[in-house]
Design a protein around this ligand. Structure first.
Ligand code: ACO
Length: 312
């Protein structure tokens, strides 16, 4: 039996009126949002690491500046999202500590290494492309601060996707045979892990039903995965590359591409911390926090001095 508060809350959701920080909300709604938004924020921040790997080796100054700008955008997304999370009463430092203690998740995709310059193109095109397909509907998520954060994030992700695709186009259209092979190798390594970004299949997604009822999620994991594949295959063909999936084929009757079985054991293994780079990513984050301690201390000391001066 729903309480009057719960009924009013659900009516608001059903009427597509956003829930704002000061509105009453069920505990489960608050917890689910803190979980999803914090995981999303952690993903943005950890996602800077595989790309940062190529900052010192970008082929030209222009590419280096573009890559740097893109990585800084991701930092901004993380900050937006942590702020949105704080409006729910969660503590930023506590949530970041949980990440560093390996207690919470971030996107599986960032546990794969960036082995070549083509990987920077592939990440922009496929990883940010998948992020856009997931995040465009989140602009309509029921929690106001999260939905508004997604609007700017999606605009920036669209630029990231375009710059990634351009890197690959340049390699494929003006590159040597070796560079073309580098692109195909990169796509071969990232294709399946990118499809895993959308989460487990609907049948194995414990959070989906409730999150859809609360309109935190607007589409199921499988629906968004299919949408991504349908959008991406024509771009793959235009590039002159292939996917490492012999079952990928247009299905006229369904009006969608069919695709092969995802290796879910790999996905769950990465979630458990056993991906190729899980340990390295967390270690790098911890090191960054330790190395930045003096900056935070200096900022606090400066703020205290300003306050003392104002009081005097
Ligand atoms: N990587 C890591 N964990 C994942 C992934 C993934 N690709 N997909 C699902 N999971 C986790 C879920 O967080 C959940 O974990 P938890 O219950 O222990 O917290 C578990 O697997 C079961 O999955 P679902 O029940 O399907 O979880 P949920 O309803 O939260 O759906 C999804 C997962 C689609 C990722 C959702 O949380 C979402 O849309 N998040 C916002 C987008 C986002 O986080 N993007 C980050 C990557 S993009 C980028 O940063 C550039």
């Amino acid at each position: 039996e729903m309480s009057a508060e719960e009924r009013a809350f659900q009516e608001r959701i059903d009427a597509e009126i956003k829930i704002e920080p000061k509105n009453w909300m069920p505990d489960g709604y608050r917890k689910t949002l803190i979980r999803q938004i914090s995981q999303h924020a952690h993903s943005e921040v950890v996602g800077m690491l595989p790309e940062g790997n190529w900052l010192t080796r970008a082929p030209t100054l222009k590419r280096k500046l573009q890559l740097m700008a893109k990585i800084q955008d991701e930092a901004g997304h993380g900050l937006y999202l942590y702020s949105a999370m704080e409006t729910l009463g969660a503590d930023r430092d506590e949530e970041i500590d949980k990440l560093h203690d390996g207690k919470v998740k971030y996107s599986s995709i960032f546990n794969y290494p960036t082995l070549s310059w083509a990987d920077i193109g592939t990440i922009g095109w496929l990883v940010d492309g998948a992020a856009i397909v997931n995040q465009v509907p989140l602009q309509r998520t029921s929690y106001g601060p999260y939905s508004r954060a997604m609007i700017r994030v999606c605009k920036e992700e669209s630029f990231h996707q375009r710059q990634g695709y351009q890197i690959l186009l340049d390699l494929m259209q003006g590159g040597t045979d070796e560079q073309k092979a580098m692109v195909q190798d990169s796509i071969n390594r990232f294709w399946w892990p990118v499809l895993m970004m959308f989460g487990p299949s609907d049948a194995d997604s414990p959070n989906s039903a409730q999150s859809m009822a609360w309109k935190i999620k607007r589409h199921s994991n499988d629906e968004l995965r299919q949408r991504f594949i349908d959008q991406t295959v024509p771009q793959l063909e235009f590039l002159g590359c292939t996917a490492p999936d012999p079952d990928l084929k247009w299905n006229e009757a369904r009006g969608h591409y069919d695709f092969g079985e995802i290796d879910w054991s790999e996905f769950f293994d990465v979630l458990k911390g056993n991906g190729p780079c899980n340990r390295e990513r967390i270690e790098t984050r911890k090191q960054a926090i330790d190395d930045g301690a003096w900056v935070r201390e200096a900022a606090k000391a400066y703020a205290a001095k300003q306050r003392a001066r104002q009081a005097a």
